[in-house]
Write a protein that binds this ligand. Structure first.
Ligand code: ADP
Ligand code: ZN
Length: 739
């Protein structure tokens, strides 16, 4: 027997299968993690077995080395995952080993973490009579007789403190026999009390619709905020378990709080495993093993959990499917949706995408029939959607109010606080101001390393660059003209907090943004404290928009609804609608009705109007018409080649050269039939022309989405391969932002 092994080294030169002989008696299977001698010196390397063959396939005389040993007794990669990795290698043009590495915990490689074991004891002869002068020994034996099961020494100690010497003595006497068994280090989360509610009529219909899906099919569950999507997920998972299959539940990293996990744990207990970035190395490794060894059929995790080794996959759920965080920004640049679609197709599972504001692409697919559309139109319990009012900041200004709060928001805030309720204020900008400028000469303070204006942070009396983190003290005079007219413009979360104190002295506020959530538990601490009512107002960036349930919140204020709307990106309308709908959904989750005040300078903007009436289908029709008119995605696809380097002149030259060469490749790939598919090919400095001292230049390509697209993508990938050694080149297909 021969094993085709890929070595665990991420390098193009070795990204292929090497052949090893399998010694008699070594039970090697595809997916095994093995140790093999590699290279000239035959140093021991780790690798993964891709397949087994009868013949070596090598020419006579080539020396074939032996597989040394298995790193784990079980296969670490499922056959389905091996196939998935091969598909990814092609689809994302990545190294096979980079794809495989996504499927196993990093701790597994290099043997950095070992399994933890504990000693277990049981009665050597359960029926033998026992008597001893030591009361403790008698108690230990009694306990074991009563439970009638082997127990860990740790558990015996919990029942009988101080029993360890007695246990040891009993082992020496041969009364107890010992063995060891693996223990799994597990993250802890608060269990929420679980009552299984009777499904609403709409939820029941949704569940039936999921049941009716064909294997491999995808459904979009479009349900307004508070419509009870999670309960539908829970029932679908129950179905899946009953059928003896496993499920993967994906949630955005930021929403993966103990609150969310607690809801699943309450229903399914130990049958869930959790994967996210805040686990310790040991927990991550053990949670992964619990999945692989089929102790936990349900996985809840962020983006990368889509690779979890669930053997009999029955269901994949993607909650908040429109979230950007499902797109990986590092190689391989995969999108969790594409991986999930691939997995359900090969395993015959079902895919359920959920959102109150589906991505344009998903709703587009649902309307044209490639997804099944399932709707929850009403909030559970007939709770009304919050009432949304607009505050026209232009009118406020003309009436002499040049503060950051409209009179409407101020009066509603006052009433909310007076009633003992809580409020949330949302602003998508941290810091105190958005930029610092001189009123004398118009000079704008920019970062020395980046082509970006710096933000004033009052608490530190410093200006900071939000791209590279650079920080310097606020100058007292203008560095350009020397006059003392330095002033800050625009507002950030810090300023909102300060203004609240001015208007409502003594009000307790908490702020949540990238500045206050610096360590890994801060996010949860802030939410828990607000949930307990320790603060009356929560002020924050989009971090506060995600699915938290605060029953006492009756007012949501959107301080500047236009911030994301004015962003120079074709998705700004979609993102604004999503954000506004989500923050609005935070109000009135309990019996008290919710209210939302949106402050804006463009109250008539269609996106804001649709957000106000929470009319997603209306928004969709408006937005898709815009996209069609301009041939933006989903009708086209953007590709960006990003170059960066210190020498700006040579970068521009290189960029232009690349643009010409790539255009040639694309034209020949598209052929005469597709000569109009290339909608745009533009070489120019990137919108942010410098970050962290590096100049940036880009070639932007826009391609019509036709059946010729795969051919064009292959040309782009081939181009990337040809220039892979030029380290400053990065290719992004469908970039999440184009800054
Ligand atoms: P969504 O995820 O759609 O925003 P949730 O699943 O969080 O909504 O449900 C909103 C609230 O309604 C939650 O507090 C949930 O416990 C409750 N809920 C869900 N389904 C039911 C039901 N069938 N009966 C009673 N309460 C329900
Ligand atoms: Zn900077």
């Amino acid at each position: 027997m021969f094993a085709k092994v890929i070595i665990d080294i991420a390098h193009t030169a070795v990204d292929r299968a090497f052949t090893y002989r399998v010694k008699e008696g070594l039970d090697v299977r595809p997916g095994h993690h093995v140790l093999v001698p590699f290279g000239q010196g035959s140093s021991v390397k780790e690798g993964f077995v891709l397949k087994l063959t009868e013949e070596s396939g090598l020419e006579d005389g080539v020396i074939v080395k032996d597989v040394l040993s298995l790193a784990e007794p079980y296969t670490v990669l499922l056959p389905e995952q091996l196939a998935l990795a091969e598909w990814m290698q092609e689809a994302y043009h990545c190294l096979l080993v980079d794809a495989l590495r996504l499927m196993i915990p990093a701790q597994l490689r290099g043997g950095r973490i070992r399994e933890k074991r504990e000693s277990i004891v049981c009665l050597a002869d359960p029926d033998a009579p026992f008597s001893s002068r030591s009361p403790m020994q008698t108690e230990v034996v009694d306990l074991l007789k009563r439970t009638g099961q082997p127990m860990s020494v740790r558990d015996i100690h919990a029942f009988l403190p101080g029993s360890s010497p007695a246990v040891a003595a009993l082992v020496r006497k041969g009364v107890l026999s010992t063995s060891s068994s693996p223990v799994f280090r597990r993250p802890v989360y608060s269990l929420k009390a679980d009552t299984v509610p009777e499904l609403t009529y709409e939820q029941e219909a949704a569940l039936q619709a999921v049941r009716a899906l064909a294997p491999g099919q995808t459904a979009l569950l479009y349900g307004v905020t508070g419509s009870g999507k999670t309960e539908v997920y829970l029932r679908c998972i129950e179905d899946c378990l009953k059928a003896g299959k496993g499920a993967i539940v994906l949630v955005p990293e930021i929403a993966l709080t103990p609150q969310t996990v607690g809801r699943f744990a309450a229903r399914f207990g130990d049958r869930i495993a959790v994967l996210h970035s805040r686990l310790s190395a040991g927990e991550r490794f053990d949670e992964w093993r619990r999945i692989r060894l089929k102790k936990a059929p349900i996985v809840i995790g962020a983006r990368s959990a889509v690779f979890a080794p669930v053997e009999d996959l029955g269901l994949v759920i993607m909650d908040e499917e429109h979230e950007n965080s499902y797109q990986s920004e590092i190689t391989p640049r995969y999108h969790a949706l594409d991986i999930a679609r691939r997995r359900v197709k090969t395993s015959g599972a079902k895919l359920l995408l959920g959102s109150a504001t589906p991505s344009l692409l998903s709703y587009f697919r649902a309307l044209n029939g490639s997804y099944e559309l399932i709707e929850l139109k009403h909030r559970v319990g007939g709770r009304p959607l919050p009432r949304v009012s607009m505050a026209d900041m232009r009118a406020e200004f003309l009436n002499g109010n040049n503060g950051i709060f409209s009179s409407l928001l101020l009066s509603k805030l006052g009433a909310c606080l007076k009633a003992g309720h809580q409020a949330m204020l949302f602003l998508n900008r941290r810091g105190y101001s958005t930029f610092v400028s001189c009123r004398g000469c118009g000079y704008v303070l920019t970062c020395d390393n980046c082509d970006i204006s710096m933000t004033f942070h009052k608490a530190q009396n410093a200006v900071r660059c939000h791209y590279c983190g650079a920080k310097k003290p606020l100058p007292s005079v203008c560095p350009n003209c020397g006059k003392p007219f330095i002033k800050y413009f625009g507002i950030g979360t810090e300023q909102v907090e300060e203004q609240i104190q001015k208007w409502f002295p003594g009000t307790k506020t908490v702020r949540m943004d990238a500045d206050t959530v610096s360590h890994r538990d801060a996010y949860e601490q802030i939410l828990t404290s607000f949930g307990r009512g320790e603060a009356q107002i929560l002020i924050g960036t989009q971090m506060i928009a995600k699915g938290h349930d605060f029953p006492n919140v009756t007012l949501v204020g959107v301080v500047a609804a236009d911030t994301t709307l004015r962003f120079p990106d074709y998705r700004s309308g979609e993102r604004t609608f999503q954000l506004l709908t989500q923050v609005s959904g935070r109000a009135g989750r309990d019996k008290d009705p919710g209210e939302v005040v949106m402050q804006t300078y463009v109250p008539d903007h269609p996106v804001l109007q649709f957000a106000r009436s929470q009319d997603y289908p209306g928004f969709y029709q408006y937005e898709i018409a815009q996209r069609k008119k301009c041939l933006y995605p989903p009708f086209s696809l953007f590709i960006r080649l990003l170059l960066s380097g210190e020498n700006e002149v040579s970068l521009i030259e290189r960029g232009k050269e690349y643009a010409r060469a790539l255009e040639g490749e694309l034209r020949s790939a598209l052929g005469t039939e597709g000569r109009d598919d290339l909608l745009l090919l533009m070489a120019a400095p990137a919108p942010i022309a410098r970050i962290a001292g590096q100049s940036r230049y880009q070639v932007l390509v826009k391609l019509l989405r036709t059946r010729r697209l795969p051919e064009a993508l292959r040309a782009v990938y081939a181009f990337e391969t040809a220039h892979r050694t030029d380290g400053f080149l990065k290719i992004e297909i469908n970039p999440q932002d184009m800054l």
